[in-house]
Design a protein around this ligand. Sequence first.
Ligand SMILES: Nc1ncnc2c1ncn2[C@@H]1O[C@H](COP(=O)(O)OP(=O)(O)OP(=O)(O)O)[C@@H](O)[C@H]1O
Length: 404
Amino acid sequence: MPLFVLYNPVSGDGTAERFLRDHVVPILSQNGKIVDQVHATQSATHAGQLLINFLESRSLGDDEITVILCSGDGTLHDIVNALQSTTSDQSTVDLLTTHLNFVLVPCGTANALYASLFPLKDSDPSDAVYKLQSLHAYINKRLSGATPLVLARTTNMMAQKALSVTIALVVVSTSLHAAILRDSEILRNTMPGVERFKVAARNNVTTWYKSNVNLAPGTSMSTVQLYDPKVKAFITHPDSTTNGSKITLKGPFSYFLSTINVDRLEPKFQITSLAKVLPPTEISCDVVIVRPLRDPSMDKDNHDSRRLFSPKMWSILESAYQEGRHVDLRYDSKGEISIDGDGPTVVEYIRCGTWEWIPEIGSADLDADVLCSDGAISHIKSGGKVVFSVVNPDEGPILYTVST
Ligand SMILES: Nc1ncnc2c1ncn2[C@@H]1O[C@H](COP(=O)(O)OP(=O)(O)OP(=O)(O)O)[C@@H](O)[C@H]1O
């Protein structure tokens, strides 16, 4: 079975090459695994091209290829996007494999997918034993345990016309999370670890984002689901109908983030913790929303409200680091937040198949146009919108799995 090894020399703290040489290569050779090709990425788009070249050069007939990937989530995102755009050209589909199995070696900053598939127990995320679990699963041929990846298609639209399509495997967000990912990139050289996300969060926590959101079950679900902390379960969203019509949520938003395949975005940041605690039974995404005007003590959007709400937004994020406790937080009548509150939930935790984010035109909050897809930042045109939908792993020419 063909074996391709790829590492990103600049991901995380820049140690992927050393980790590959010191840990991965010895294990492969001790276990008689022959590597067909090893490559370092040389630029942002290089990973996908390297793999496409490899797939096109191999002999026809291999229906499964294994890729050992020493990087973070962004490099995996680059590969899948390159392959998906290539497979939209039917003439090249036949050259490509039907099953790509990834062996993830977490060498990035956050490594959200790896951290979700292999949750940290007592170990340190930089511990070699912790980082080699997907490799050992591959060596031990636990392929029956390979986890299929759900894809999410995000279409940037203007007047019913698709301007661009991006595939995500981990997270698509707007609002605070997108602003954090946008700003943290500037800090990468001085802060190679996850601390840079907290610095960027502090600089953006007072911003609210003016937009409207539509949620719908999509093709794979019957209704939109809402987590109810009173019963600690998902219930049908009170505004959801079985005819698949949309639910509209009005802003402003402080936080809007959806994930697939993961319950966390860093080893300890369990922002969509219910993906693991109450796993979905249908192909869907988990959406975490904070709309500050749900707070009983906030009745309008002004400078003072934004300032007063920012410590609450901060404590929501802190609770996500405490095993995802934010999902159970509720307001009391004075707007204080706690697990024992009896008012509205602080977070709206939704499970659905599709959503739309439609920034208000002419809003002073220009940042409502910022979109993050697995860390890659793009912008929504004024008057446009973004449409997100989950894709069944069996749909499309390539099945993506991870050795687990
Ligand atoms: N040689 C290179 N030079 C510059 N950028 C590169 C190179 N190779 C890949 N990249 C880009 O580096 C970016 C970051 O890579 P990656 O996501 O793997 O690491 P990370 O951001 O540290 O980890 P994570 O996404 O898990 O937080 C990717 O978006 C990729 O496009």
